[in-house]
Design a binder for this molecule. Sequence first.
Ligand code: PLP
Length: 482
Amino acid sequence: MTEQPPVNVSKTAIKPAQATDIPSLERLLSSAPGQVLAGAVGRSRLAATLRQLLDEARAQAVAGTLPAAALEHDALLSRAQSQLDAQDQPRLRAVYNLTGTVLHTNLGRALLPEAAIQAVVQALSSPANLEFDLNTGRRGDRDDLIEELLCELTGAEAATVVNNNAAAVLLMLNALANRREVVVSRGELVEIGGAFRIPDIMQRAGARLAEIGTTNRTHPADYENAVGPRTAMLMKVHCSNYAVTGFTRNVSVAQVANIAHSHGLPAAVDLGSGTLVDLTLWGLPREVTVRETIEAGADIVTFSGDKLLGGPQAGLIVGRADLIRKIKKNPLKRALRVGKLTLAALEPVLALYRAPELLADRLTTLRLLARPAAHMRQQARRLQQVLQQAVGKDYEVQASPMFSQIGSGALPVDQLPSHGLIVRHIGTGGSGRALQKLESNLRQLPRPIIGRIAQDALWLDLRCLEESDEPAFTQQLQEYVA
Ligand SMILES: *Cc1c(COP(=O)(O)O)cnc(C)c1O
């Protein structure tokens, strides 16, 4: 191939390339920069990308639309590199959650505390006694790693853990109520986001649902009257993501457990979020704890690991030893079991609950939920100018009070006072489209910023932007041009 002179690719003087000018793949790969790039990305992968680029170049050259400069080695290799870089961008990326929903299911729910992160890294990189009893040198049970801690924190006799709370409910029902009836109040036949519906899970578990009461009112007598020879258990489900208010009546766990026990049956409670501490200690809305539920007489309680508990995705099942034993013997337990990363993360998270005074400092989820609005207010003042600069004069950025939510179905009607930035369109043209454009631009950033559009404005709640995140957040905005 002849050496190409440097080309000035201005509109007036484009020198078109000929198909015969196309360099050979071998020459590109064996050039000095080609060898460097092959060393970084792998020779066969680079060859495949270059082959495709050369094919495209050939077609363009034949059509007479290829500038000669595009055939320079450096130009071709740098195009190959940017294609490969784009391919290598991870699909799962860190984002800024400024939605105002702390436990956002679509954004991965709870963030793990530092101790859990360290434990996961350790479990990833070294062998561990996952199912190996270090005292006897024999095979162990992976549940043993966290069972004692869970019992200590909940007052339960025994515990086990599976992939998530949906799995916990499925397994519990299949193990304890297969081909028998489970009595549930109509007001508690909930659908949780992501196609988890109590009646469907019940069916898949092989249990028959015996619905009682009405949507708004269920009485103790409804439970009494539903018990028959085929009844396996009475079950209560936490109304995670909605509230029934007005003319309502709901039977307490203690009452349901009493009725169940008087017939020799167990009472199960799907608590959903399931917290281990009294959240009012941090000024948060009240949520019944797992311990209180056990003390009220529940024989089995299921709850999530990555909602209010603040740990990894998991489904925790605690309760009576004989029932837990049955659950652990069920073949589904093996199919739904957790991996070592989950257990590695779960143990230090649970251990934090031994020192409640330190919890709001160390447990990331609680720290975010308990953040005083004054912190977010100061932050909003600091960031208002930065964001205003970034979005330009067609938008107006204001610091403003707003409300965050806990999320993931926890306490759906309670709202946490927060502060953040509200962006309104003030330029000409449709404000709806301009806002969507802005929202989309923020989503396309290297670390996407996720807010929410409401009332003709983009809302960015700062609760989940901790002060340690602020420098990187600011820097990204300063590099960003609307
Ligand atoms: C969230 C929730 C579930 C599902 O829990 P996952 O951990 O998401 O599987 C089940 N039941 C209730 C009441 C819930 O709130």
